[in-house]
Design a protein around this ligand. Structure first.
Ligand code: ATP
Length: 600
């Protein structure tokens, strides 16, 4: 298994990612993607868009990253988006108390433990400051809100926040988005973009940062009617780590199919099951090592109170499991909260196939009696009677009914309420959709792909490191090397091959500096699937000019005519075309090289 430090060192050296603002000493939690990392991230986002927007028939939006305070009052982030902070009394370093506990004891998922118990665990295990080793026992643990606050406009402005998740940008625009969906459920809206969290202790490169990219899909459904196309993924095999297994001392993750897990109720929602199946195949496609991957169910204490069933996709990196995606059944929580706080309509009108005649209980309170009796509260008492009639019409069978207004109970003579049941015809009803959300962390997946692809071996007696990235994710499709730089014919041919490959839609790196061995090593380390070398041997025979094509993982080389080389490589890279390098090796002359030992 790759050492995380080696991966991060390679990432920095080869332009994948590195700490940002280095010239000014850097600030923890902010990373810049270099050219190779930016390209991999872009490829990953394209693959996500292809699967979760285009192929699912969803619509993608792009909302602002700064939103006014009212949004986060409604969403609950202002009050509850906190992590547990403990500060070192000696060096002043800030630490996440739950992470300290997880890292130093057998306790898992400490995030859901109440603060007094967390303080007790710190005392009991005599936990110390990871920076200076001072004891943290007795130090207060506090809630720390993770949102970055800003001020919108000049002067004191109005408070705004950098969004801590892209999802809110979709929820607040629901009243307009439902129009684009022609008021029909189910429909899905996606967004890929930055999210900001003022993490207490950013760590592990791009795994926990303060600015990161999320790719989120919000699926709006009618909970009474809409079913996912579960049959499409019911046979997909998944590794599940359900809550029951986590709570059992001998419990462990196991492999099953999506269909079975849903049938047996292990996955509590058909919609969540459906997305686990779709995501499983997508992770495989982009190159996550599925032997180092699992879906972990949230423990009861971890679940948000409104969430029915939540699972995290986790990958194993550097010996730890990290969450790379959260899958949540969020009920109607988000839309109801925004409706309540904004006063706008966050419902969809569901037209019945045929109008329905229904009985509706109503009241017509006699205000001439209620007024003198209840004074300023009379109006509220009348409203409360109306609500009671809808909720519990039988209550009006008694001579007197009781209603509560602002904590006070009022008794009203039933005759004064003028209760009646009428028949009304309804054409439909207003439904607040439920939301099913897969929320992908792009940076953590990029990191996972790089670490899972990291390999070392020996070629021709020399140690090498290479990234066995899936070709769809690799920053560069092919590299072209003229073997020597003082032969015009050879340089012209290398230019011609480069142009042909680019015309075939491939991203190509041209490299004429350093020994050929070094050039191969550079491309191996960034995961370029194919290298094309133009040498004199290829120009000297009687037949057509040839170049060598070298495949990254096996380091095998084949001599291919210049004319067909772009098409051959394009076909090898085409995910729809299952031709393998083997076919090229069978069709053309193979050149002796060799990988000797695979060590990682
Ligand atoms: P964690 O428990 O690791 O802090 P979370 O449960 O708060 O994560 P979610 O709110 O579910 O994360 O966010 C969805 C996804 O966004 C996560 O699965 C993760 O991939 C990504 N993510 C969240 N916080 C960060 C971060 N600080 N840096 C990088 N990616 C992040």
């Amino acid at each position: 298994m790759a050492d995380q430090e080696d991966v991060i060192e390679l990432a920095k050296r080869r332009g994948f990612f590195f700490g940002a603002n280095g010239a000014y000493g850097g600030v923890a939690g902010f990373y810049t993607y270099g050219p190779n990392g930016a390209a991999v991230k872009d490829n990953l986002e394209s693959a996500w868009r292809d699967r979760f927007t285009v192929r699912q028939g969803n619509m993608e939006i792009e909302a602002p990253t700064i939103m006014p305070e009212a949004v986060f009052e409604a969403s609950g982030h202002l009050d509850g988006f906190d992590d547990m902070l403990v500060e070192c009394p000696e060096c002043g370093a800030s630490h996440r108390a739950d992470h300290l506990i997880e890292d130093n004891t057998d306790v898992e998922e400490a995030e859901s433990i109440p603060i007094p118990e967390v303080e007790e665990l710190i005392r009991e295990h005599d936990l110390r400051c990871p920076s200076c080793d001072a004891p943290l026992s007795g130090e207060p643990v506090e809630e720390f809100n993770l949102m970055f606050e800003t001020s919108i406009g000049p002067g004191t402005g109005q408070p705004g926040y950098m969004r801590p998740e892209t999802a809110q940008g979709i929820f607040v625009e629901f009243p307009r988005l439902k129009e684009y969906a022609r008021n029909r459920l189910p429909f899905g809206v996606t967004q890929i973009g930055p999210a900001y969290r003022n993490e207490i202790s950013p760590r592990k490169g791009i795994v926990r940062v303060r600015e990161f990219t999320q790719a989120e899909l919000e699926t709006f459904i009618d909970p009474e009617e809409d079913e996912p196309p579960l049959h499409e993924v019911e046979d997909v095999e998944v590794t599940l780590y359900p809550a029951g297994e986590q709570e059992d001392e001998d419990g462990e993750a196991y492999t099953t199919t999506v269909g079975e897990a849903v049938d047996e109720g292990v996955i509590g929602s058909d919609w969540v099951g459906y997305y686990l199946g779709v995501a499983q195949e997508w992770y495989q496609r982009v190159g996550v090592d599925m032997d180092r991957f699992r879906f972990r169910q949230h423990l009861p204490g971890e679940l948000a109170h409104y969430a029915a069933d939540c699972w995290d996709a986790e990958s194993e990196v550097g010996g730890d499991w990290i969450e790379i995606t959260g899958f949540a059944y969020r009920s109607d929580y988000d839309l109801s909260k925004h409706a309540e706080h904004s006063g706008e309509s966050f419902t969809v009108f569901k037209q019945y196939d045929e109008p329905k005649t229904v009985e509706r209980a109503t009241v017509d309170p006699d205000m001439a009696t209620l007024g003198p009796e209840f004074g300023g509260d009379a109006g509220a008492v009348a409203d409360a009677l109306g609500t009671l009639a809808e909720r519990d019409p039988d209550a009006f069978d008694a001579d007197e009914v009781e209603v509560e207004v602002d904590g006070e109970t009022y008794a009203v003579d039933s005759d004064v309420a003028n209760f009646s049941v009428e028949e009304v015809t309804e054409n439909g009803e207003h439904v607040t959709p439920h939301v099913v959300e897969p929320s992908f962390g792009v940076d953590r997946i990029v990191y996972t792909l790089i670490e899972h692809a990291y390999r070392t071996d020996e070629v021709d007696g020399e140690a090498r490191t290479y990234l066995a990235l899936d070709p769809e994710m690799a920053a560069t499709d092919a590299a072209v090397f003229p073997l020597v730089s003082n032969d015009d014919r050879l340089l012209d041919l290398a230019d011609e091959v480069t142009a042909d490959l680019r015309s075939a839609g491939l991203s190509v790196e041209y490299d004429d500096s350093g020994s050929i061995g070094r050039r191969y090593r550079r491309q191996d380390e960034v995961g370029t699937p194919f290298c094309v070398t133009v040498d004199r041997d290829g120009l000297e025979g009687d037949g057509p000019d040839t170049v060598t094509v070298r495949e990254r993982d096996s380091a095998r080389q084949v001599r291919v005519p210049v004319d067909g080389v772009a098409d051959e490589i394009a076909a090898l890279l085409d995910p729809e075309d299952d031709r393998a390098f083997e076919a090229l090796a069978a069709a053309y002359e193979e050149i002796e090289t060799g990988v000797e030992t695979e060590t990682a």
